[in-house]
Write a protein that binds this ligand. Structure first.
Ligand SMILES: [Zn+2]
Length: 339
């Protein structure tokens, strides 16, 4: 579990605090979308943009007013927007928002492909939920709701996830496009022309002329072709290594690590410890190190064991079919307008 710290506090304390119960707290926790918009304006150009796009929809939606949070409870059964400012952790904010530990864990996992809670989530960031208004919400004993939509607005960007229930009613959270964000991986780090050498446990190395394993796959492409991170990660190594030439090693969400070798050059400014997002250019195809021609040598390690990058099971496959996805996107748009 990559995020025990987020789950533990709410699981330990075992009590559900309904944010509406205390009006002085409520003012901070439940506020009108206009106030949310101002917060977004200050923090976040992307968030502000989406907030302004959504203003019309928000204005027509009934929601809790800061001064009289009880009115939300009495309102017609329309989705309710709840927001909380992060003080110490995602779990702590989630608890104030009335989420139980199971839902908190589900969301922490769902967001883990997008956000590193330890690193990216800062005090003052905002978490907003769209929830069905349960009639029982006025009582502190009410079971917490599984949110229909969740937005985490960090300093630079906002991340939205939306609830999907399968036929058994099991909850999942996907992006608006119906994609899972539970650490998402892209299969290929570049537009390659052909696989010039397969992953192999034992092969005759063309350069050293010795039998050894080939811990990755060679993807042939013209020198200078951009190489992209296949998942969010941290640069664990950037530099030269014997055989590998210019190489970047990324530590991706556990248990994954990826290696990009024989690069002609690195992306400008990339350094050890830098955070990269999926799809970010990290370098360019070359033939540095032991390479007979320009190609990318690409490795995927799972729990430190090299796996065939072309076949290894990667998280984040698109779980919805086209019809479901279209409907999901439409629903998500409607919910996003409330956030
Ligand atoms: Zn290779």
């Amino acid at each position: 579990m990559p995020f025990p710290a987020f789950v533990a506090p709410s699981a330990r304390s075992g009590k559900v605090i309904l944010v509406c119960a205390v009006s002085s707290v409520c003012a901070a926790l439940i506020f009108s979308p206009n106030r949310a918009k101002h917060a977004a304006d200050q923090d976040d150009a992307a968030g502000a943009q989406s907030a302004s796009l959504n203003r019309e929809a928000v204005d027509t939606t009934r929601h809790a007013q800061p001064a009289s949070p009880a009115s939300a409870v009495e309102a017609a059964p329309q989705p309710v927007v709840r927001s909380a400012t992060v003080k110490s952790s995602f779990a702590e904010a989630a608890q104030r928002l009335g989420l139980d530990s199971r839902t908190t864990a589900l969301l922490a996992h769902a967001f883990s492909g997008e956000i590193d809670f330890h690193r990216d989530l800062k005090p003052g960031n905002t978490i907003s939920l769209v929830v069905d208004p349960p009639e029982a919400e006025a009582t502190a004993q009410a079971p917490s709701t599984t949110p229909l939509a969740v937005r985490i607005a960090t300093g630079t960007t906002s991340h939205d996830l939306f609830l999907y229930r399968n036929l058994d009613g099991k909850p999942f959270y996907y992006t608006k496009d119906g994609a899972s964000t539970t650490p998402t991986f892209t299969r290929y780090p570049l537009a390659y022309e052909r696989v010039s050498s397969d992953f192999a446990l034992h092969r005759l190395d063309p350069v050293t002329h010795r039998w050894q394993s080939h811990d990755g796959v060679d993807l042939a492409a013209p020198a200078g072709t951009p190489v992209h991170a296949t998942a969010r990660g941290t640069v664990a190594f950037i530099g030269r290594q014997t055989g590998y030439g210019k190489v970047v090693v990324l530590r991706n969400p556990p248990p994954y690590q990826t290696v990009f070798a024989h690069l002609s050059r690195f992306a400008k400014g990339l350094h050890r410890g830098a955070q990269v997002h999926r799809g970010q250019v990290i370098g360019y195809v070359g033939s540095t190190g032991w390479a007979t021609g320009p190609h990318l040598h690409y490795e995927v390690h799972v729990d430190s064991v090299p796996k065939d990058p072309l076949t290894v099971a990667l998280p984040g496959n698109n779980p919805l079919d086209a019809t479901e996805r279209a409907q999901f996107a439409k629903d998500a748009d409607r919910l996003a307008a409330l956030l």
